[in-house]
Design a protein around this ligand. Structure first.
Ligand SMILES: Cc1cc2nc3c(=O)[nH]c(=O)nc-3n(C[C@H](O)[C@H](O)[C@H](O)COP(=O)(O)OP(=O)(O)OC[C@H]3O[C@@H](n4cnc5c(N)ncnc54)[C@H](O)[C@@H]3O)c2cc1C
Length: 392
């Protein structure tokens, strides 16, 4: 892969709207990605391996629990800092950002918000330091967009719960130490349970042959009569709203992360357009290529403003789930379109691992599907503005 010469576009001086702390946090994450992610990520993706060597670095830049209070080992940052960290990590690779998103928003967040003090103290510091890695089990083989239909369930056996079922498409599953698993009790109510590696009957087979998020490990969570101690049930929230609350936090991070992938594609294509000579001119001198670049920077700028405003609303605890859906959907769609256009601008070179674009493009095919598909997020906006559900 070529050396990482990334320069972040900021066409509307959005940096002026950030605090000094935001910029310091963002720049530290950016420098870490350049130093520790860019040199190894192409090979990891080609080999379809999650590069575990970067776990301590992710912890160091605050990517594990950016907004979790410091007393539990988190970084205690605001939501805009969280977004900026996700942006920078996904500038490196969506798979790496996925690992950090799952750890923070889908594992640490529910333990922090829905857990008790003992659970917070037991799990959060180890998750924040990366000593333990987590996964989040909601999706099942027959229940993706409709998680309410889940069949994974647990029975009260007096001194423990007995858990049975299976989850599919689970990021981090092959190496997770703990899994936050959503399952129905005997009354059909959804609860979160913390399942630990080593519990008898719990296995995590890896899903192979992905063409997307190859540097992120994905797999199953299988529960065959797993005895889960009663103290591992998250006591403070139940029902579908509990996992959906986690998804809100993760989707918010994705809205920022996708900007990072788009910025990398744009920056790569812009540089290439000035260097690549055809018909005696740099290809950037041709109107058709300028149209692509001009539209890319316009869309990136709009996405940056959307994410920043959403971050302000999140900081004030005012962001609605529907607003988060809109930003996730728009920004991932923006990024995938930019990746496709940027790939074309590099001609044949665009399909190689010399440049990051094809990897971003393939990664974004997962990002547009997970955490609620592109279509489902549109229907959430539709429901929000009409009051009429078109999907359930
Ligand atoms: C790489 C990867 C990592 C993932 N990581 C995790 C994870 O860590 N934890 C986890 O729990 N899940 C994870 N997922 C699962 C992901 O969230 C689901 O794939 C997603 O929710 C879609 O579910 P599905 O794949 O079953 O598609 P389906 O729900 O079967 O949808 C298929 C198509 O039908 C459309 N559709 C469905 N219902 C409707 C409707 N009512 N109206 C209109 N269109 C509809 C969808 O938009 C989609 O286009 C991951 C997925 C991938 C690919």
């Amino acid at each position: 892969m070529k050396p990482d010469l990334f320069e972040a576009p900021d066409y509307y001086n959005i940096d002026d709207l950030l605090t000094e702390e935001h910029k310091l946090i963002r720049d530290a994450a950016r420098a870490w990605v350049k130093r520790d992610v860019s040199p190894i990520i192409e090979e990891a993706a080609q080999k379809a391996e999650f590069p575990k060597s970067i776990i301590p670095g992710l912890a160091e830049i605050g990517a594990f629990g950016p907004y979790i209070p410091e007393q539990y080992g988190g970084a205690g940052l605001d939501q805009i800092s969280y977004g900026l960290i996700m942006q920078e990590i996904e500038r490196g690779d969506s798979g790496v950002r996925s690992t950090a998103s799952v750890q923070s928003s889908l594992v640490m967040y529910p333990i922090w918000k829905y857990g008790n003090e003992d659970q917070r103290n037991k799990y959060l510091p180890k998750l924040a330091s990366g000593e333990w890695m987590g996964s989040f089990g909601l999706t099942e083989p027959d229940h993706g967009s409709n998680p309410a239909g889940m069949v994974t369930s647990f029975k009260d056996k007096g001194d423990h719960y007995l858990l049975n079922g299976a989850k599919l498409w689970i990021s981090n599953s092959p190496f997770c130490d703990v899994a936050v698993v959503w399952a129905k009790n005997e009354e059909g109510r959804i609860h979160g349970l913390i399942v630990e590696r080593g519990m008898e009957g719990f296995s995590t087979p890896e899903t192979h042959n992905k063409w997307s998020l190859r540097a992120s490990a994905t797999g199953e969570l299988i529960f065959q009569d797993v005895k889960v101690p009663k103290e591992n049930l998250l006591p403070n929230k139940s029902g579908l709203g509990a996992p959906l609350g986690c998804l809100d936090s993760a989707r918010y991070g994705i809205a920022w992360g996708a900007i990072g992938a788009a910025m990398d594609c744009y920056d790569t294509a812009l540089r290439y357009s000035k260097e690549r000579i055809q018909f005696g001119k740099p290809i950037g001198a041709f109107q058709l290529q300028q149209k692509k670049l001009a539209e890319m920077i316009t869309e990136i700028t709009k996405a940056q403003l959307l994410a920043l405003r959403l971050g302000q609303l999140k900081n004030e605890d005012k962001a609605t789930s529907a607003q988060i859906s809109m930003a996730k959907r728009n920004n991932v769609d923006m990024a995938i379109k930019i990746a496709r256009e940027a790939r074309q601008m590099l001609g044949g070179m665009g399909i190689t691992g010399e440049y990051p674009i094809m990897r971003h493009m393939m990664n974004l095919e997962s990002v547009i599907t997970y955490e609620g598909t592109h279509d489902i997020h549109l229907l959430i906006t539709g429901l929000d503005i009409t009051g009429l559900s078109a999907f359930k």
